[in-house]
Design a protein around this ligand. Structure first.
Ligand code: AMP
Length: 188
């Protein structure tokens, strides 16, 4: 089970649900959506699919408050987070990757203008759908997201390091290089 809070929030914004309407402005500005909303999304997801087998959380937790709420949920379900991966890359690498990212509107496949370009500009290789740029992937908003990361998320590195479940992955290389490190860390 793969749970991405960013994907769930973008879907909620698209459908203009009550959560989507509340989250939209924060996301546009590159700020974090308030903990109570994001924690509620994860709780709801776990109610539907209890986290008793393997699962991957992507983009969650992003604050200490969310990490503590997650610990409480794990306790409730008699489950546990056994690994946390920290993908570390220099700021300029992150900016170039996100500003060049393009996503298929139809199937969600992700391209990059330079590192993984589609065969035909603006068209998805997988399904022929239209490629678009996420509104928060423009350079100004990416820099704001990085500022918010340092202010609110970076503290989680220490939090999970102290629990001895943090694995640092050098995220600065190619996708294949990063993937190889992840496989090694997982022992696959
Ligand atoms: P992502 O797709 O993970 O890059 O997330 C995109 C945006 O969704 C973020 O910039 C936040 O505005 C919001 N978001 C996603 N996950 C979280 C989270 N765990 N806590 C707060 N906001 C989040």
């Amino acid at each position: 089970m793969h749970v991405s809070t960013g994907d769930i929030l973008r879907e909620a914004v698209k459908n203009q649900t009550p959560i989507g309407k509340r989250a939209e402005e924060f996301m546009k500005r590159g700020e974090l959506v308030p903990d109570e909303i994001v924690v509620g999304i994860i709780e709801e997801r776990f109610r539907q699919d209890p986290p008793t087998r393997g699962f991957v959380l992507d983009g969650f937790p992003r604050t200490l408050g969310q990490a503590r709420a997650l610990d409480a949920m794990m306790w409730k379900f008699r489950s546990a987070i056994d690994r946390v991966f920290y993908f570390d890359a220099p700021e300029e690498v992150v900016v170039e990757r996100l500003a060049g990212r393009r996503t298929c509107r139809k199937c969600g496949w992700v391209f990059h203008l330079k590192f993984n370009p589609p065969k035909r500009a603006g068209v998805c290789d997988q399904c022929g759908g239209e490629l678009f740029q996420r509104p928060d992937d423009n350079e100004t908003t990416v820099r704001e997201r990085l500022r918010v990361y340092k202010e609110q998320t970076a503290a989680l590195i220490q939090y999970y390091d102290e629990k001895q479940i943090l694995t640092r992955i050098d995220g600065s290389g190619s996708a294949d290089e990063v993937y190889a490190q992840l496989e090694k860390a997982l022992g696959t």
